[in-house]
Design a protein around this ligand. Structure first.
Ligand code: FPP
Length: 246
């Protein structure tokens, strides 16, 4: 287990840091509605918070951060909302390429890129390529991600390998599945945070979250602060993780 590299907004230096944090960035729509603003304003505010929290996690020494930005189901939203989200993704991906050249963060995308327009797909690949040799936090941005879809792909890949005589049925084990997920070779999340008070997993890292600690917070994502992240880590430290043992 790693410890905090830096003392940040509150004194957490004695606490154990989760190696991998997942965040379901929920509540943008409700935040906007409360202010009589369009939902896109909530996403815009949420994307600023995403930048702050990603930077903070990297600064305090988190090794892996996975954020749920767009699910396989989110395409069902009104076209103008989807368009505004795509614009926010494009802005961030361009900004990351332009301004974060000396950064240590490794950017990865989990999900099926092929549904995005060509420009976004290219930006995703460029971000992955230009950051892959860095040595800092791995930032997984889940875009067009759905855990069931991820598992179906893993099952198909296993079936194909069996058909091609690359894998025997007896050798299919948990590792064989894990190795075929978007998060292959990464540790499972220790902590998943869901702001906005909803008690749902929403098709996020179903396999990887087998022993994850969940922290649900009554804050909408655009109101989420670094102090809230500290609080989630404090709550995580109070949990007694047994991984099925005693
Ligand atoms: C869920 O809130 C949030 C989303 C579907 C989008 C999350 C995206 C961002 C925070 C922008 C991230 C940007 C980058 C650059 C990665 P909701 O709209 O379902 O909220 P509601 O439940 O209150 O309606």
């Amino acid at each position: 287990m790693a410890f905090f590299k830096k003392k940040k907004s509150s004194d957490l230096s004695e606490l154990t840091l989760p190696e991998h944090i997942g965040i379901i960035m929920d509540g943008n729509g409700r935040w906007a509605k409360k202010r009589m603003l369009p939902r896109s304003a909530g996403h815009s505010a949420g994307s600023k918070v995403f930048r702050t929290i990603a930077r903070y996690c990297s600064d305090i020494g988190i090794k892996y951060l996975t954020v749920y930005a767009f699910s396989t189901e989110n395409w069902k939203r009104p076209a103008d909302e989807v368009t505004s989200l795509m614009k926010l993704f494009k802005d961030y991906l361009e900004e990351a390429l332009r301004d974060f050249k000396d950064d240590s963060i490794v950017v990865r995308f989990i999900g099926d890129k092929s549904h995005f327009n060509k420009e976004l797909q290219e930006l995703m690949v460029e971000n992955e390529e230009s950051s892959k040799d860095r040595d800092g936090m791995v930032l997984n941005i889940a875009m067009n991600y759905g855990s069931r879809d991820e598992l179906v792909r893993a099952v198909k890949s296993i079936a194909q390998d069996v058909k091609d005589d690359k894998l025997s049925v007896d050798d299919i084990d948990e590792q064989a599945v894990s190795d075929r997920l978007y998060t292959a070779h990464q540790p499972d999340p220790d902590l998943i945070i869901r702001p906005s008070g909803e008690y749902r997993i929403s098709n996020f890292m179903l396999w990887q979250a087998a022993y994850t600690e969940f922290v649900i917070m009554n804050k909408l994502w655009p109101d989420f602060t670094t102090d809230d992240l500290d609080e989630a880590i404090r709550l995580y430290n109070q949990r007694n993780r047994r991984f099925g043992g005693v």
